[in-house]
Design a protein around this ligand. Structure first.
Ligand SMILES: Nc1nc2c(ncn2[C@@H]2O[C@H](COP(=O)(O)OP(=O)(O)OP(=O)(O)O)[C@@H](O)[C@H]2O)c(=O)[nH]1
Ligand SMILES: [Mg+2]
Length: 283
């Protein structure tokens, strides 16, 4: 599938907008999802922004596993890519980000440019761009929503003395490789009509099993959730009363419920992608 096709129009406009805005900014903040740092990045961004400074925010860090979040940070460090963990649920992380901006702003002011640091936040749909912006600005400067593709307009906002933020839609298309479909569906980055809920739910259940974490599911849905992924989904449907007329289990509803509960963080922290092994680390 061509990734330009899956979000027609909106994506092309967002990328064009970003290209126009780039000459105005000093720093591009790439918001990615800490649970899926591979799939939630746009691989073309590097070429789009060229030599411009970049900072990666592994956002929604509250939803990722702490140890894995830290390993991802190390991974980006090893690639010489500046990165930080952020979450609007963990205020200290946003303060650290602001400190970083303050330092960069000071650096720019004392350089020959003598002007504020200007930045733009970009990221794939639903990664938390508007929420973070609202949090930073401290008022509802941008609309937020739990559906992809909500932001439309754009504006400059003054974040700190010497730091200005451009609120663009900044929506980048993720690359829809076969491996990316499940993590992107699980983090809510795909339009609902593009998601095969049952497949995504089965992938999520298989992933819990692979990670040896099915006890999370039994703790939440009951001891009977075991066996192959489809059996687990059936059991979840049974436990939650997802039944079709005639008493058959409504797997579609069970799948939607599981995905919604994962997205709402009700199943605990779960990182969906693991960083490559770090040198010297045990298995
Ligand atoms: N757990 C958690 N949820 C967050 C965080 N930041 C944002 N969210 C939630 O993520 C969802 C999407 O947030 P938005 O700010 O609308 O995302 P966006 O990137 O602007 O999305 P589009 O405008 O559709 O591209 C909302 O339900 C937010 O409440 C965070 O740090 N942690
Ligand atoms: Mg938005």
């Amino acid at each position: 599938m061509n990734d330009a096709q899956w979000y027609p129009g909106t994506m092309a406009r967002a990328v064009d907008g970003l290209k126009k805005d780039l000459p105005l900014v000093d720093l591009v903040v790439e918001l990615i999802d800490a649970r899926a740092p591979v799939s939630s990045r746009n691989p073309e961004l590097k070429d789009i922004i060229g030599k411009k400074n970049r900072l990666i925010l592994l956002h929604k860090a509250d939803r990722g596993e702490r140890a894995i979040n830290s390993r991802w940070l190390l991974h980006f460090k090893e690639q010489a890519l500046p990165a930080m963990l952020t979450s609007v649920q963990i205020p200290g992380t946003v303060s650290s980000f602001l400190e970083y901006l303050k330092t960069q702003g000071r650096r720019l002011r004392s350089s020959r440019f003598k002007r504020p640091l200007r930045l733009v936040i970009v990221g794939i749909p639903n990664v938390g761009k508007s929420t973070l912006l609202n949090y930073l600005v401290g008022r509802a400067a941008a609309r937020t929503g739990d559906r992809p593709g909500v932001t439309r307009g754009r504006q400059w906002v003054r974040l700190l003395a010497g730091v200005e933020l451009l609120d663009t839609p900044g929506i980048l298309p993720p690359l829809l490789s076969p491996e990316a479909v499940f993590p992107l569906a699980a983090i809510g980055a795909l339009p609902p009509e593009r998601i095969d809920r049952q497949q995504s739910a089965l992938s999520l259940l298989r992933y819990y099993a692979e990670r040896g974490m099915t006890s999370r599911l039994t703790a939440h849905y009951g001891e009977g959730v075991e066996g192959a992924p489809v059996e687990m989904l059936e059991q979840i449907g049974k436990e939650r009363g997802c039944l079709l007329p005639g008493g058959k289990i409504d797997l579609e509803r069970a799948a939607a419920l599981l995905l919604a509960e994962y997205q709402a963080g009700r199943l605990g922290k779960l990182s969906l992608e693991l960083p490559p092994k770090i040198e010297g680390e045990g298995s």
